[in-house]
Write a protein of this length. Structure first.
Length: 134
């Protein structure tokens, strides 16, 4: 049906327009990093850790604590996952693979090495996003 990928420039422009519309309509900026922090509080509470001892989860009347979910931002993150899946299916690009081809060509096919590097990269990106305020 849609066997052509979008230009990254067009996708970036559409995302920018979506951001402007989000602020105009709801007064909220689109973002996802806070949802990961909030999800961490839910996971910690589920395994028996008292999140009330962490200032981060209790600040601003529990703004980031376990009671803050579900919210619009969680639905946004879920929508990103569903939308990416639907777009990849419609474009014919969807495929399951443990190691991306580009990584395999440059660094080899070790899935453990890939997982470690991906985790470290995710931690750095998430830290940077949180440091910048979301």
């Amino acid at each position: 049906m849609f066997r052509q990928s979008w230009s990254p420039y067009l996708a970036g422009a559409v995302t920018g327009l979506l951001l402007v519309l989000s602020v105009l309509i709801s007064g909220k900026f689109i973002g996802a990093s806070t949802t990961f922090a909030r999800s961490a509080s839910v996971i910690e509470q589920t395994v028996g850790i008292d999140t009330s001892v962490f200032e981060y989860f209790t600040t601003s009347n529990g703004k980031y604590g376990p009671a803050s979910l579900p919210n619009w931002q969680l639905m946004f993150v879920v929508g990103i996952i569903i939308g990416a899946f639907v777009a990849s299916m419609l474009s014919g690009d969807f495929k399951l693979q443990a190691i991306p081809g580009m990584w395999n060509e440059r660094f080899g096919g070790n899935p453990f090495k890939r997982a470690v590097v991906a985790f470290i990269g995710g931690v750095i990106a998430l830290f940077g996003a949180r440091l910048a305020g979301g």
